[in-house]
Design a protein around this ligand. Structure first.
Ligand SMILES: Cc1ncc(COP(=O)(O)O)c(C=O)c1O
Length: 386
């Protein structure tokens, strides 16, 4: 164990199973440890550094803003915050944005929007349906929303008001709505932490139409799928729907903490003065970084993301050791015949940083990873799998 690992283990709360790698620098799709060993990044800090490590354009936007104004609180107006909100609304068709600092906080906001929308309309307290094998965050309320029992154990009592339905089980949703005052249905279109599984198209269409018909808010959690990750700006575009609320974080900030809860026409006026807030929300430096990310996610760029995703999928599908490849764009999950830990250890030893999701290998490479590095990484991953 290195001195750094000993220090970290001694003083940092032991909530993460870190890989035994001490990273000291990064540039684009490459990271380096303290011995100068190079790693190709196929994980982007769990879907965060959309344009790679220390990306020049992002860095210039962030440093430029840091030199001008670093923080003001939400008591004053700043351009980056307003401009980022405009950009997101214009690109998505949603109407208002609340800025938070993480995915979980963006989801907290969405849950509050759904509850208040229902209170305003009916005077009643509303329930939210989420899906089993979903993941919505680690705060107590988003943990309660998360449809996986293993996250709930040891943290009871949970926040009330959540109901869980299996993916594809439309009857469960209908029955819940008959028995409970339901104000929202919250889904990930590709369940990330749950194993990188896209929801079936016809099921998403059914949920969308069911929500519209019953005036239930459809909340789509795009914390992981958003910001170009799946080859569309937001994954809802793959399904030809416009949700009532979309949350995002991770890739949005490109490496700085920012989350966004984007609210559509129906609920755009639900959040009113004093009903929600965040000291750092919409911080000018994080917003400047996010503008640099979002403004580069053009249709041409996103079609390259899809092509890179197809390349990985096709290559890995030729592996005897790969049982399945799931996901969309550059958000991929691979079920391997070997235990996934062996695959990950081999990759790291051979200079490729990868992730897992449940018992699958998970890949979330930089959206702009150069083809030569992608080919090199895929070769090592194929060797690892076989
Ligand atoms: C779909 C989804 N929602 C919410 C979260 C929580 O985001 P954060 O860790 O930024 O709070 C995650 C994190 O992995 C996620 O994948």
């Amino acid at each position: 164990m290195t001195e750094l690992q000993k220090l970290d283990n001694l003083y940092v709360a032991n909530t993460y199973a870190r890989f035994p790698v001490d990273l000291v620098s990064g540039s684009g799709s490459l990271y380096y440890d303290e011995n100068g060993k190079e790693y190709i990044d196929m994980g982007t800090g769990i879907g965060v550094t959309a344009f790679g490590a220390c990306d020049t354009e992002w860095k210039n936007a962030v440093i430029g803003q840091l030199n001008a104004l670093s923080h003001t609180s939400n008591l004053y107006y700043t351009k980056p915050c307003a401009n980022l909100a405009k950009l997101l609304c214009e690109k998505t068709g949603l109407k208002k944005v609340f800025f938070a600092n993480s995915g979980a906080e963006a989801n907290e906001c969405a849950i509050k929007v759904a509850r208040k929308y229902f209170e305003d309309k009916t005077g009643k307290q509303g329930y939210i349906i989420t899906l089993t094998s979903s993941f919505h965050g680690r705060t107590l309320t988003t943990l309660s929303a998360t449809g996986q029992d293993k996250f709930h154990e040891l943290f009871n009592p949970l926040t009330g008001g959540f109901l869980h339905a299996d993916v594809g089980d439309t009857l469960a949703i209908e029955n819940y709505v008959k028995s409970y005052p339901v104000c929202g249905i919250m889904i990930e279109l590709v369940q990330g932490e749950g194993g990188v599984n896209a929801l079936p198209n016809d099921y998403v269409k059914w949920v969308y139409e069911f929500c519209n018909k019953n005036d239930i808010l459809l909340i789509v959690d795009e914390v992981q799928t958003g910001n170009g990750r799946t080859g569309k700006l937001y994954a809802f575009e793959h399904f030809n729907i416009l949700p009532d609320v979309v949350t995002t974080a991770k890739g949005l900030g490109g490496g700085l903490p920012i989350g966004a809860c984007m609210i559509g026409e129906k609920a755009q006026n639900v959040l009113t003065f004093g009903t929600h807030g965040s000291t750092y929300g919409g911080n000018p430096v994080c917003s400047a970084g996010a503008i640099s990310v979002i403004s580069r996610l053009t249709p041409e760029f996103l079609s390259e993301v899809s092509k890179k995703g197809e390349y990985i999928k096709n290559e890995l599908l030729t592996c005897n050791g790969a049982q399945s490849v799931t996901g969309l764009g550059l958000m991929l999950g691979i079920k391997t015949k070997k235990p996934v830990k062996e695959v990950v250890d081999y990759c790291i030893k051979n200079g490729v940083l990868v992730l897992t999701a449940k018992d699958k290998l998970r890949l979330l490479p930089p959206l702009n990873i150069p083809n030569n590095l992608l080919e090199k990484a895929v070769k090592i991953i194929k060797d690892a799998i076989n």
